[in-house]
Design a protein around this ligand. Sequence first.
Ligand SMILES: CCOC(=O)c1ccc2c(c1)NC(=O)[C@@H](C)N2
Length: 116
Amino acid sequence: YTLKSLWPFHAFLHSVLQQLILKDTGQIFIEPVDQTEVPDYGDIVKHPMDLLTMELKIKNSEYNSLEVFENDFNLMISNCLAYNSKDTIFYKAGIKMRDQGGSVLRNAKRDLKILD
Ligand SMILES: CCOC(=O)c1ccc2c(c1)NC(=O)[C@@H](C)N2
């Protein structure tokens, strides 16, 4: 068996997402930025992304590769680093999530290779 045939690929992505959610200790990436709370967010961030949206995209089979999933993770991080200035908690959390989430994704890529 390979991962892709035995176990639906979206189940694999769901397990990767759960690991990313665990890294979001401040719970600032878990849902879309509330633009009524952050009224100028849409002026700077044209393509918002968050972990809940990524979960919905898994469920809708919108990710047919780990790379497409990773693109949304990287979009979420770049939005955070673009909108928040360097001295903010949000920016620092973005750096932490970039680094910790990056290692989650590196391991996931390795796991996919070993299984094929
Ligand atoms: C209730 C107010 O919430 C926020 O101001 C807020 C909440 C979550 C946020 C955020 C702002 N900014 C961000 O860049 C992304 C990473 N997360």
